[in-house]
Design a binder for this molecule. Structure first.
Ligand code: SF4
Ligand code: F3S
Length: 316
């Protein structure tokens, strides 16, 4: 898979074609994003238009304290590869995991992106360590806290991508010796109001949907936890294909049981679907499946403090 950073002179369509993504593939992808947004396939052309409109802002993607699983989910997504869609339709000018530049050249790329005449969006992956003046997390000799503090205030929009960036996630689990915080908790005093797209990992379709809405100037309605209602407006349980079995009182007794294989409810095996808000049953991962369909209970990965509040994962 070829990865490119920044925009060349070709049109978006030409760049996509160069990477083997046909117009049809692109529209199919936009249709999946529209369905994830709860808009229906008819909204796909509007998403396509937003992603290919001229004068798009640059995108700066910051990494903080995390496992890089959010980026991994993005890069392992199905055809048409979402990274191609993202990299070829919007200009990701700074992303430490996939950019070729290193050292001073990388820092220069960051500062150039911040000067983009069309402005920039900032996507943050990972929690921000705040103990010991942020010294638990440094990049190029600067703390993650300092880098975020420099970049976030100038962004047209900030997206906290993944549960760590949204709510602290695993790095902030008790006893949290590094005092890790999510973006909004960490930078409220700077007036930052990031859109939270939690999940461990989050679904890349939700990121694309949020970016498309921002580029199209569509106001995203957010819930009390700053999550777009379009993606996080319903519980996993409400949308789950095993729900009829829950309602019939049919609970799988073990993971390897015939009942589990036949789609019985996983509640008695620890499923946290009733208290978890996300669109996994509809959006699915890689157009293929999602945890409960694959036979694993939802562990509530997109909720605040899930590591502390949702454990033990296999008991209810
Ligand atoms: Fe609800 Fe989980 Fe049972 Fe699905 S498997 S119906 S989400 S409790
Ligand atoms: Fe996470 Fe539950 Fe979806 S564990 S990936 S919110 S099914």
């Amino acid at each position: 898979m070829q990865i490119s950073i920044g925009l060349g002179k070709e049109s978006v369509e030409e760049r996509l074609e160069l990477h083997g993504v046909s117009r049809r593939d692109f529209l199919k992808f936009c249709s999946s994003a529209a369905i994830a947004m709860g808009m229906g396939p008819a909204f796909a052309p509007a998403i396509a238009k937003a992603l290919t409109a001229p004068g798009r802002p640059a995108v700066i993607y910051l990494h903080d304290a995390e496992c890089t699983g959010c980026t991994e989910a993005l890069l392992r997504s199905s055809k048409p590869y979402i990274d191609e869609i993202i990299l070829d339709t919007i200009s990701i000018d700074y992303q430490e995991t996939i950019m070729a530049a290193a050292g001073e050249a990388a820092e220069e790329a960051l500062h150039q992106a911040m000067k983009n005449p069309n402005g920039y969006l900032c996507i943050v992956e990972g929690a921000i360590p705040t103990a010991m003046d942020g010294l638990y997390g440094t990049i190029g000799g600067r703390t993650m806290y300092e880098i975020n503090k420099e970049v976030l205030p100038g962004a047209k929009a900030v997206i906290a991508y993944g549960t760590c960036a949204s709510f602290g996630g695993v790095p902030a689990a008790a006893p949290n010796p590094t005092a890790c915080k999510g973006v909004n908790d960490c930078f409220a005093d700077l007036g930052i109001k990031a859109i939270n797209i939690p999940g461990c990992p989050p679904n890349p379709l939700n990121l694309i949907g949020a970016i498309a809405a921002i580029l199209a100037g569509t106001k995203l309605e957010l819930d009390a936890l700053n999550r777009p209602r379009a993606f996080f407006g319903h519980t996993i349980h409400e949308q789950c294909e095993r729900l009829p079995h829950f309602e019939a009182g049919e609970f799988a007794p073990s993971f390897d049981s015939e009942e589990a294989r036949h789609g019985w409810c996983l509640y008695k095996l620890g499923c946290k679907g009733p208290t978890t808000y996300n669109n996994c049953p509809k959006a699915r991962f890689n157009d293929v499946s999602w945890p409960v369909a694959a036979g694993h209970p939802c562990i509530g990965c997109s909720e605040p403090n899930f590591w502390d509040n949702m454990t033990p994962f296999y008991k209810n």
